[in-house]
Design a protein around this ligand. Sequence first.
Ligand SMILES: [Zn+2]
Length: 167
Amino acid sequence: MAQKPKEKISVAKARCACGAVRLEIDHPAFWAWHDHSEASRRAHGAAYATYVGSWKSRFRVMKGATNIRHFEDKAAGNRRSFCATCGTPLIYERACAPKWINIPRAIFETRTGREPRYHLHIEEAPEWVYRGEPLGPLKGYASVMCERARRRKPAELAGFQAKNFGM
Ligand SMILES: [Zn+2]
């Protein structure tokens, strides 16, 4: 079966929820990574943030530069930028990597040329994060899935094994 050839792209485009801000990086991005740090979790209001990293020299604000606001975490030396209208996180700059810029993967409209295969600060991930446990439909609620087996904590599991298997 003939596969449809992938459209060649030279730039990866991103935008905020309201469309006031549009960003662009040269394709492909340098890398992509999942950030499990508490700081990014809080800044995104999400379990973790997935970023696409690019050299700053390959990054451009295409629209809405005046609509971008910044939050500087002076203690950490990091800067986060977001849309003043809709609040979408747009840019994460880290003091430890001054020539790089990170853009949330979720705001891209196109492919970025990199898959997120790296996990940073995984030790900061909270216990309530979904880790791919098996799901089943919740009876009576069309769009709700429910975890089938409750995750057991290591101590609980050890007790369970000792009780049931004499381990
Ligand atoms: Zn916006």
